[in-house]
Design a protein around this ligand. Structure first.
Ligand SMILES: Cc1cc2nc3c(=O)[nH]c(=O)nc-3n(C[C@H](O)[C@H](O)[C@H](O)COP(=O)(O)O)c2cc1C
Length: 199
């Protein structure tokens, strides 16, 4: 039996190989995009990104994320004012038709009954990293470009977006149709970072 009727065993080996090739092409093809076309991002596309965010794995399924979708040019300019000097994504903050601001609830991921469970404390950064990747890969698969922006004054940006106490804002993600596809920055090879049995 072939097709998508549920179990992975329903798919032929050929189909599964194709799916893996597609997945690898999405993973490898995503680039940080810092210049965008003057083209709106539709409601439908945004909804698909929200769905990708929804399916992010998280610590004990705590789903600590909160997403603010910024379309107002005035707000984008204010966010640009929080970007650290020399950040290559500075222009992207106002040129992108949409900026996604991703943050989350503190003391949720990594906690059990209000107590920290590991030496790493709050796992918010970890879960938001996964959420960010889900958003960026889904956007790329839909023909959109993103750039993850982490270098800015987080407290000032929190004020701009009225983020309440108990929550942090972690990344800003300009989103739009790419005006320019940059080349891929060099990566370390697996043999440089993969260890077998011991470090
Ligand atoms: C947590 C994080 C923070 C980042 N912050 C910035 C940033 O502030 N400005 C920027 O231009 N790019 C930023 N980037 C993008 C990286 O520079 C980029 O992912 C890296 O150079 C690899 O390029 P690629 O995304 O095209 O593969 C950030 C990426 C990550 C994962």
């Amino acid at each position: 039996m072939t097709g998508h009727s549920g179990s992975i065993f329903d798919n032929s080996l050929f189909e599964r190989r194709n799916e893996l090739a597609e997945l690898m092409s999405v993973i490898k093809g995503r680039r940080s995009i810092r210049r965008y076309e003057e083209k709106e991002v539709s409601e439908e596309v945004l909804n698909q990104l929200f769905e990708a965010l929804k399916w992010t794995p998280s610590w004990a399924n705590t789903q600590c994320w909160e997403l603010i979708v910024v379309k107002s040019q005035e707000t984008k300019h204010k966010l640009q004012g929080t970007i650290s000097k020399g950040n290559p994504a500075t222009k992207a903050l106002v040129n992108a038709p949409v900026v996604l601001a991703l943050g989350g609830k503190l003391e949720s991921a990594g906690y059990y009954h209000g107590q920290v469970t590991t030496k790493f404390g709050d796992w918010l950064m970890f879960d938001l990293g996964l959420a960010t990747q889900n958003l960026c890969l889904a956007a790329h698969n839909l023909g959109l470009g993103t750039v993850i922006v982490g270098l800015f004054d987080h407290d000032k940006a929190k004020e701009v977006l009225a983020v309440p106490p108990g929550y942090e804002l972690v990344v800003l993600i300009p989103l739009g149709y790419p005006a320019k596809e940059p080349g891929a920055p060099k990566r370390r090879e697996p043999h440089e970072f993969v260890h077998f049995d011991k470090f």
